[in-house]
Design a protein around this ligand. Structure first.
Ligand SMILES: [Zn+2]
Ligand SMILES: [Zn+2]
Length: 256
C-alpha cells in the first residue's frame, strides 16, 4: 500500500491510497486541474481512482469535488448522509450521486476495506478512516478537535497513520487572528495542537505502528520543525524512535 499526500492544510486537502493498481482518494479539496497534475507527477493516473471518500464538508476538503465528479464519473463518492447533504448543497454534486455509509460500518470498495469513524470537528458528522489493503491498516484523521479515546482506539489498529498536528498553542495565541477564530481552532471541535497529537500517539500508538505523517499543519501558527520535534520527543519517551515520522505539505506531493 502506498499513501501519497497531494495537498495537506487549510488551503486544501487530498490524499491517495494506492493498492494493486486501485487508488482511493480521501478528500478532494484542491481544484480538479491541480489534483490531476499532482497525481500524474507522482505516477498515479487519476483514471485509477475507484472512489473518493469524504471526511467532511469544509471547502478545504471538497472544493474540487464537482469538477472531479464530472470528469471522472465512474469514481464512487463515499460519505455519510449528513456530509453528502452538506457537500451537495455546497458544491452542486447531486445528493443521489453519493454512495452512503454509516459511521462505524465497514465496507469494501475496489481493493480497500474502509471503516469510517466519528471525529470531533465543527461541522455535520465529520469522520476519519481506517483503510485496510494488502494486510496493512492505514489510519487517516486530519480535522480533529480533541484527542478522544474513540479516535485513539482506531489509531491503535494502524500500521501507518496520517494524523493532524495543526498548531502550536503559543504561536496561535500570538498570531494576529481574530479571537473568535483562535477560540474555534483551539476548541474541542476545532483542530489538534501538536501537544494533542503527541498525547494521542503517547497513549495509543501500538507496537505495529511503523510510519506516521503529520498533517494539516497551520502555515501561520505552526512550523514543521516544531511539530516534528514534539512528535520525535514523544516517540523517544515511549521507546519508539523506530517509527518513521514525516511532515505533509500544502504545496508539495509527499509520500506519507
Ligand atoms: Zn481542513
Ligand atoms: Zn475542517
Amino acid at each position: 500500500m502506498r499513501i501519497v499526500s497531494l495537498a495537506s492544510g487549510s488551503g486544501g486537502n487530498a490524499y491517495c491510497v494506492e493498492s494493486c493498481g486501485d487508488v482511493l482518494l480521501i478528500d478532494c479539496g484542491v481544484s480538479c486541474r491541480e489534483l490531476v497534475k499532482r497525481c500524474r507527477a507522482t505516477g498515479i493516473e487519476p483514471e485509477r481512482i475507484v472512489a473518493v471518500a469524504v471526511t467532511h464538508d469544509h471547502s478545504d476538503h471538497v472544493r474540487g469535488m464537482a469538477t472531479f465528479h464530472s470528469h471522472f464519473p465512474d469514481a464512487a463518492l463515499l460519505a455519510n448522509m449528513m456530509t453528502a447533504d452538506a457537500v451537495a448543497a455546497a458544491t452542486g454534486v447531486p445528493c443521489d450521486d453519493f454512495t452512503l455509509f454509516e459511521n462505524g460500518q465497514t465496507f469494501e470498495v475496489g481493493r480497500f476495506t474502509l471503516s469510517p469513524f466519528s471525529v470531533p470537528h465543527d461541522t455535520s458528522d465529520p469522520v476519519g478512516y481506517l483503510v485496510r489493503a494488502e494486510g496493512v491498516a492505514y489510519f487517516h484523521a486530519t480535522d480533529v478537535g480533541s484527542p478522544l479515546d474513540s479516535v485513539g482506539v482506531k489509531l491503535a489498529e494502524a500500521d501507518v497513520a496520517t494524523l493532524e498536528s495543526n498548531h502550536d498553542p503559543v504561536m496561535l495565541r500570538a498570531s494576529g487572528r481574530p479571537p473568535s477564530l483562535k477560540q474555534r481552532i483551539a476548541g474541542p471541535r476545532g483542530h489538534l495542537s501538536n501537544d494533542q497529537a503527541c498525547d494521542l500517539v503517547r497513549r495509543f500508538a501500538s507496537p505495529r505502528l511503523r510510519r506516521l505523517a503529520l498533517a494539516h499543519l497551520s502555515g501561520e501558527c505552526n512550523a514543521p520543525h516544531i511539530a516534528l520535534g514534539a512528535m520525535r520527543e514523544t516517540l523517544r519517551e515511549i521507546g519508539r524512535v523506530d517509527v518513521d515520522v514525516r511532515i505533509l505539505s500544502q504545496n508539495e506531493v509527499v509520500d506519507a
